[in-house]
Design a protein around this ligand. Structure first.
Ligand SMILES: *Cc1c(COP(=O)(O)O)cnc(C)c1O
Length: 396
């Protein structure tokens, strides 16, 4: 693998030099006053990125998976019912985590390539008149399939059913790259990590809790120690941390938020959409199809690309690494061998994206697929040179 080339995996993502430098800092005493100057601005920055006025933000030395565990262990009790759709590897893994914690998960099996069926959720929630379901889990962007789900529609389903369940959302591969509105969508817990939209090394679980989720913390009885947000909250109030924080990562996160907010969230989202549009144009030019079933589901942070029947898509990823020193994502779970993934989130530019598209083309041609060299690149070039980065208008 070459360290010269960008990666095209949907996390960890490429790191801007400024963020690498921000993470690389001398040891400092986290009990000294300077720690607060990193911690508090990072919390304020993340709150803005989550587009929330009321969220409490917490950081754990962990990853997105630890964020899932933080979300459930602080708000739920053994035997509680939760509702979730399984439409890819990440929603599957969150369901598994809940089951291992003794939660009863009502799983809505959904085709991989489809989004979360909000109408089905509404039906189930409406029938649940005794409010046995305590939380609805939603993976905003299924990184395994490149499918985006409509979180606002899930909030509407909860509201239409007049159901009090918490809405817990995995935004690990959307937050900081695709529009994510914690406040507007009534998200009770937002979960992410440092290594995707925030363009940092892995190592932080990042969670936002709504006031309603904060209220559940006292009654929830799932065991928790490391991930107890009460200890976190108490320490933050005293400008500290309940154990040793990942200071460098927090410093990087603070800078990452500054970068994203300086660019403007809408501009960040638009940049991701343009880059993704170019990749999608290339896929079409190759005569291939996305795993995502329809355009409203297309993810702007990752594309899972179906290869022809009888061809092992994983070979593209292996060949790219061995021959060109470039990383693409393999298919996971049900779509293993059927898709390969191009991650296009984080610090990518048009130019970097073109290099990834060109490499994918070479790999597919090398492996005998009928791909016209340059076809995808040309299609993406057309997208990039004919669209300009005007801010997308905020949706109503
Ligand atoms: C990457 C990812 C995760 C897992 O996060 P880790 O940081 O690897 O623990 C969870 N959900 C989604 C949607 C992801 O893309």
């Amino acid at each position: 693998m070459s360290f010269q080339n960008p990666v095209f995996i949907p996390g960890p993502t490429n790191m801007p030099e400024a963020l690498r430098r921000a993470v690389d800092m001398p040891t400092l005493d986290h009990r000294s006053a300077v720690f607060a100057e990193i911690l508090h601005p990072a919390r304020a920055g993340v709150k803005k990125v989550l587009q929330s006025d009321s969220a409490e933000v917490f950081f754990f030395p962990s990853t997105g998976t630890g964020g899932w565990e933080t979300a459930i262990s602080n708000t739920l009790s053994s035997g509680d019912h939760v509702l979730a759709a399984r439409n890819g590897m990440f929603s599957h893994r969150w369901i598994d985590l809940c089951q291992r914690h003794g939660l009863k998960v009502q799983v809505v099996e959904t085709n991989w390539g489809q989004g979360i069926p909000a109408d089905k959720f509404e039906e189930i929630l409406t029938e649940d008149t005794s409010h046995r379901i305590k939380a609805v889990l939603a993976t905003h962007n299924e990184t395994a399939t490149g499918v985006k789900s409509d979180i606002a529609a899930i909030r509407r389903a909860l509201d239409a059913a007049d159901h009090p369940a918490l809405l817990l959302v995995d935004g690990v591969s959307s937050i900081g790259s695709m529009d994510f509105r914690m406040e507007d969508w009534g998200v009770d817990i937002a979960v992410t990590g440092s290594q995707k939209g925030f363009m940092l090394p892995a190592g932080l679980a990042i969670v936002g809790f709504s006031p309603k989720a904060m209220q559940m913390v006292e009654t929830a009885t799932l065991p928790r120690t490391f991930f107890d947000i009460r200890d976190m909250g108490k320490s933050y109030a005293a400008n500290g941390y309940p154990y040793t924080p990942a200071v460098g990562l927090l410093n990087g996160l603070n800078q990452s938020c500054e970068m994203l907010l300086e660019e403007g969230l809408n501009n960040v989202f638009l940049r991701h959409r343009r880059i993704a549009d170019g990749v999608r144009a290339a896929v079409k030019a190759w005569g291939l199809e996305l795993c995502a079933a329809s355009p409203d589901l297309y993810s702007d942070s990752v594309s899972a690309i179906r290869t022809p029947e009888g061809f092992n898509a994983t070979n593209i990823v292996i060949h790219a690494a061995d021959t060109y020193g470039v990383a693409f994502g393999v298919g996971l779970g049900e779509v293993a061998g059927k898709v390969f993934r191009i991650g296009h989130l984080g610090m990518l530019t048009d130019v970097l994206a073109l290099s990834g598209i060109a490499t994918a083309e070479m790999c597919m041609a090398d492996l005998g697929l009928e791909i016209q060299l340059g076809s995808g690149v040309a299609a993406a070039q057309e997208v990039y040179r004919t669209t300009t980065a005007t801010p997308i208008k905020a949706a109503a």
